[in-house]
Design a binder for this molecule. Structure first.
Ligand code: SF4
Length: 281
């Protein structure tokens, strides 16, 4: 560890993002958190994982940020909601971690994905880390709900090769019930990216009885097809791998009785996106 590093107790590298992590950043003074957010010189990461094939093209290294302003009822990583559940990491440390994988990622036509939590909660750190990746010649992707994307300047968007944009529901009230927040900022970001011809991979979490309203899905499909920059749609079937985290964190989980969607429902949902002219998987 180099002089000045603050990476301590908890290993940054995790076997999977489903590892429960609580309070590694609790001892960081509030003033330091504010300085970190203002400068982007330090960020709060849940973990780094390697070898992902589902978070963008090729094989990816993924950094999972801590902090999210949404409260999705099906969130499988609620331990990423608070910043204090992240490991404080300087931008130099995070870039050094990434540099280890640079050659492998290039050989495998992969890249680096910044996910969360919601990475734009730490917008300055996110931009610095994505820029560092680009400077290493690594393909970059940002996985975001888009809510804070209006804080990104056009120049900052240049550090992002691909946006993985989550649209949770079309109906305004349903979106609020699922996430606690308004969908409009997400749609505005999608339109802004379309105007720039900036590629999007759309992500849609399919939860039986929660997000599987047929009309809603068709509206999202029509919207996405109209944008013209959505390269593919990933339909993500709901699962219960995050359930234990809700229990351990003492959070009220409302989906105990919900089973993962049947293959037929996943296929119908993909078909609805394909009918609008999109590639869906
Ligand atoms: S936006 Fe993502 S991280 Fe945030 S609550 Fe929803 S699913 Fe969880």
């Amino acid at each position: 560890m180099a002089k000045g590093d603050i990476l301590t107790q908890t290993a940054l590298q995790a076997k999977s993002p489903f590892e429960l992590r609580v309070n590694p950043g609790k001892t960081v003074p509030e003033a330091d958190v504010r300085t970190a957010l203002a400068t982007g010189d330090m960020g709060f990461l849940h973990s780094f994982t390697t070898g992902s094939t589902v978070d963008g093209p090729g094989v990816r290294v993924v950094a999972w940020t801590a902090g999210c302003m949404w409260r999705c009822v099906y969130c499988h990583n609620p331990d990423t909601w608070t910043m204090s559940n992240g490991i404080p990491v300087t931008i130099a440390e995070a870039a050094r971690e990434l540099r280890k994988y640079r050659h492998g990622l290039q050989v495998m036509s992969g890249g680096f994905t910044l996910s969360g939590g919601e990475p734009l909660m730490q917008r300055r750190f996110a931009v610095k880390l994505l820029t560092a990746a680009k400077d290493m010649g690594i393909h970059t992707a940002l996985d975001t709900n888009g809510y804070y994307a209006d804080r990104l300047g056009d120049g900052e968007l240049d550090a992002i090769d691909l946006v993985l944009l989550d649209i949770k529901a079309w109906d305004r009230e349903r979106h609020r019930q699922i996430t606690g927040m308004d969908v409009e900022p997400t749609l505005a970001f999608a339109r802004r990216l379309a105007a720039r011809k900036h590629p999007i991979w759309l992500r849609f979490v399919l939860v039986p009885g929660v997000s599987d309203n047929r009309e809603d899905i068709e509206q999202i499909a029509a919207f996405a097809a109209d944008l013209g920059n959505v390269e593919r749609v990933d339909v993500l079937p709901f699962h219960q791998m995050g359930q234990y985290k809700w229990k351990r964190l003492g959070l009220e989980y409302t989906l105990d009785a919900v089973a993962p969607p049947a293959n037929a429902l996943v296929e119908q949902t993909c078909a609805a996106f394909r009918a609008a002219g999109l590639k869906a998987y």
